[in-house]
Design a binder for this molecule. Structure first.
Ligand SMILES: CC(C)(COP(=O)(O)OP(=O)(O)OC[C@H]1O[C@@H](n2cnc3c(N)ncnc32)[C@H](O)[C@@H]1OP(=O)(O)O)[C@@H](O)C(=O)NCCC(=O)NCCS
Length: 257
């Protein structure tokens, strides 16, 4: 296999960690950007190894990353895992291994010139980031969400499709804003808090709690939520697992060499 030398005049070679639903979105974004050559996916689900998803091979397990890098060479990576804590953990691991984390930003997203962005950020199609926002590392700004002026979005937060964050909101690290939720101006959302789908948040949200409804009310406080969130995480993982087994990979699996 041809291994491009680091100083060759070429696109950077990028690997995607995670080939679930979010990984597929990230692949589409990276292809649309035309900035990176996609080397392959890594995924802990061994049943997907050496299969192709949208024409891209699942090269192996994240634990084998350095050996895979020797064989296929990549400069950079995006961690494309929906779960906030897991995404953050892998991002830390990759950085510690000296692999550059890059952002996947769909060309139709609109980001203010004076907004600041960290690393390993995914900004999906149609998302808007307004003036003076600060977006931390490993954040997902999902399809069509809005983050209005001067908002602070902490590390490994996920703002789901169509959610709207008004001006001067703070989302602490690991917060999850459900699909279509609205957070009014100047609200403070604590770390790892969960905001239910379609909620309208008009009061600060304590860390690790869950709120839902219009207006949003506390459904679980921190202690209950640490259990409830693990339930939510395992439910999301289970849903992802089912989706993986039912979704098509590309028809002809490549033989294991
Ligand atoms: C809020 C949420 C996190 C679940 O919280 P939960 O506390 O585990 O939910 P439960 O199933 O125990 O429901 C508790 C109560 O809240 C209600 N509820 C749950 N989700 C709700 C929501 N989004 N809005 C309003 N009420 C909701 C339930 O109907 C239930 O009401 P009841 O006690 O009167 O029967 C979840 O429903 C949700 O909205 N997740 C976001 C999913 C999402 O945005 N996915 C997009 C991925 S990109």
């Amino acid at each position: 296999m041809h291994m491009p030398k680091p100083n060759e005049n070429r696109n950077s070679r990028c690997i995607i960690l995670g080939c679930g639903g979010h990984g597929r979105v990230v692949l589409d974004i990276l292809r649309t950007m035309h900035t990176y050559d996609i080397v392959g996916f890594l995924d802990s689900d061994t049943s997907l190894h050496h299969r192709r998803i949208d024409g891209v091979e699942v090269l192996g397990h994240p634990d084998e990353m350095m050996a895979i890098r020797e064989e296929h060479w990549f400069d950079c990576a995006v961690v494309a895992i929906g779960n906030n804590g897991v995404r953050r953990g892998f991002a830390d691991h990759l950085q510690a291994s000296g692999i550059e984390l890059v952002n996947a930003i769909h060309p139709s997203a609109n980001i203010a010139q004076n907004a600041s962005l960290g690393k390993n950020i995914v900004v999906a199609a149609g998302a808007l980031v307004c003036a003076h926002c600060q977006i931390g590392d490993s954040v997902i700004l999902n399809t069509g969400c809005i983050v209005d002026h001067e908002s602070l979005v902490g590390t490994a937060t996920h703002i789901c499709p169509g959610a709207r964050i008004a001006g001067r909101v703070t989302l602490e690290s690991g917060a999850f804003v459900g699909i279509g939720a609205t957070v009014i101006q100047s609200i403070h959302v604590g770390y790892e808090a969960v905001i239910g789908a379609g909620a309208v948040v008009i009061e600060d949200v304590p860390p690790m709690s869950t709120v839902a409804g219009v207006p949003a009310r506390l459904t679980h406080t921190a202690n209950a939520t640490s259990q409830k969130n693990s339930w939510l995480i395992s439910e999301l993982d289970r849903a992802e697992q089912i989706a993986r087994t039912t979704r098509q990979t590309d028809p002809t699996p490549k033989p294991v060499s």
